[in-house]
Design a protein around this ligand. Structure first.
Ligand SMILES: Cc1cc2nc3c(=O)[nH]c(=O)nc-3n(C[C@H](O)[C@H](O)[C@H](O)COP(=O)(O)OP(=O)(O)OC[C@H]3O[C@@H](n4cnc5c(N)ncnc54)[C@H](O)[C@@H]3O)c2cc1C
Length: 398
């Protein structure tokens, strides 16, 4: 069988290739970077259903190495408003923290063990054509690759979407986020996520602290539009860190500033090409729905392509990929957009609603449910999918 082509060796593309191999379908991964990029923590919270998919793909080390945190604490100014704990109900933790760089290393190692997956690095796809029999991908070095099916996992880059005439409508947020990975010993913080609304040391904005494996911590400061690390001035970053962790020794391993987008592709399938991960949707990371939704895209795409390629299902099965995963993407967009409206309100009405909710939660812990610092996803329910048998008597639980 000809290999299915996966474009992009990010975490979603690597997962897609491993899952194709699980169905005994060979995969060829085309990646523009000559070497893997290993910068910083980026996506850190990976939830149970995604750990389960990775375990099935041969990357169970992600769950084993990840730090299973237990408690989430939320503060207003410097006072704790409320906390909650994950219920311990499964064989896998509800969620682990692990840096995206390490996740990609583990996935790359799993790929290296698979005789059915080949990664071709330094190979940038610049365009494609398809006909009723297959897809021809054109590469920047002048070569081309012919294949039956493509999973495009190209992250934020537009080439494949543009070649297919697929738009990525939505918005980008003005406020920026400063992210720092620290190595530090912070006794008592090892298994707790801390979210500060409006602390005196970042007035009017948020700060989020996550523990990671190996005495690492990830701190996210919401910062104003136009913020840059260079503009922090001498000792500025150290002052910020000291305000959070006090006088304990630390080492900065990575610092970066980024902006968030809220965008979903018009379509997630065009003929024999399926779009997955950030190539198809981009969200603010509060609620950790970026990579946590890219991995189910990869899983959905891989089994459907495998079934069609092996002749177990008709080609029409591929259309259900777009229906199912775009519905999931739109739900993720709605939830993360509501979170951003709470975290970064842009209208007087939203600002007033947020101030009211925080005041109420300060007076009454029962009112904590209205505080939106990000909502974890559960696996999407494909109730409107053509593959789901209607059950008219079933009552919705949502
Ligand atoms: C600074 C930062 C912090 C983040 N924090 C979080 C977080 O806390 N939580 C969260 O859920 N998400 C977070 N994200 C988002 C998360 O990193 C993404 O959801 C995730 O990387 C998506 O994976 P992907 O494989 O779809 O895309 P990517 O990781 O972008 O990988 C795409 C790959 O495709 C390759 N490629 C692109 N175009 C081509 C081409 N034409 N030909 C060949 N190869 C190509 C690229 O080189 C790359 O290797 C963060 C992102 C950044 C940048």
């Amino acid at each position: 069988m000809d290999p299915v082509v996966v474009v992009g060796a990010g975490p979603v593309g690597l997962t897609a290739a491993l899952l194709l191999a699980r169905w005994d379908v060979p995969a060829l991964v085309l990646e523009r970077r000559p070497e893997p990029e290993r910068t910083g923590s980026r996506s850190i919270c990976q939830q149970r259903d995604v750990l389960d998919i990775w375990a099935a793909a041969g990357a169970d080390a992600i769950a084993a190495e990840g730090l299973a945190w237990t408690t989430a604490r939320t503060y207003l100014h410097e006072r704790e408003l409320f906390s909650w704990r994950f219920a311990d109900t499964g064989t896998l933790p509800a969620c682990v923290n692990i840096s995206q760089s390490r996740t990609e290393e583990i996935l790359t190692a799993a790929v290296a063990r698979s005789p059915l997956v080949e990664i071709r690095r330094g190979c940038e796809v610049t365009g494609l054509d398809q006909d009723e029999y297959g897809v021809t991908l054109r590469c920047a070095d002048g070569t081309s690759v012919r294949t039956g099916y493509v999973i495009a996992c190209t992250g934020g880059r537009p080439e494949i979407r543009d070649a297919l005439g697929i738009g990525l409508p939505g918005e980008s947020f003005d406020d920026r986020f400063l992210i720092v990975d620290l190595a530090a010993d912070l006794p008592g913080w090892e298994h707790e996520r801390r979210f500060h609304f409006d602390p005196p040391w970042n007035p009017g904005r948020q700060v989020l602290i996550h523990p990671c494996p190996g005495s690492r911590y990830r701190i996210d400061w919401q910062v104003p539009p136009g913020f840059s690390l260079d503009g922090e001035g001498s000792g500025g970053l150290d002052r910020r860190i000291r305000q959070v962790i006090g006088t304990r020794p630390y080492e900065v391993e990575w610092a970066s500033v980024y902006t968030f987008h809220a965008r979903v592709a018009d379509r997630m399938r065009a003929g024999r090409v399926l779009l997955a991960g950030d190539c198809a949707h981009q969200y603010a990371p509060f609620g950790a729905r970026g990579l946590n939704s890219g991995v189910p895209d990869a899983e959905n795409a891989a089994w459907k392509i495998a079934f069609v390629a092996r002749g177990w299902a008709p080609p029409a099965l591929l259309a259900t990929y777009g229906t199912e995963r775009r519905a999931a993407a739109l739900e993720n967009l709605a939830v993360t957009t509501a979170t951003m409206r709470f975290l970064v309100p842009r209208t007087d009405r939203d600002r007033a609603a947020r101030a009211r909710a925080l005041r109420r939660a300060a007076a009454d812990p029962e009112a904590a449910a209205a505080i939106d610092s990000g909502r974890f996803a559960e696996p999407f329910w494909y109730t409107a999918s053509p593959l789901t048998t209607p059950e008219p008597d079933r009552k919705s639980v949502v």
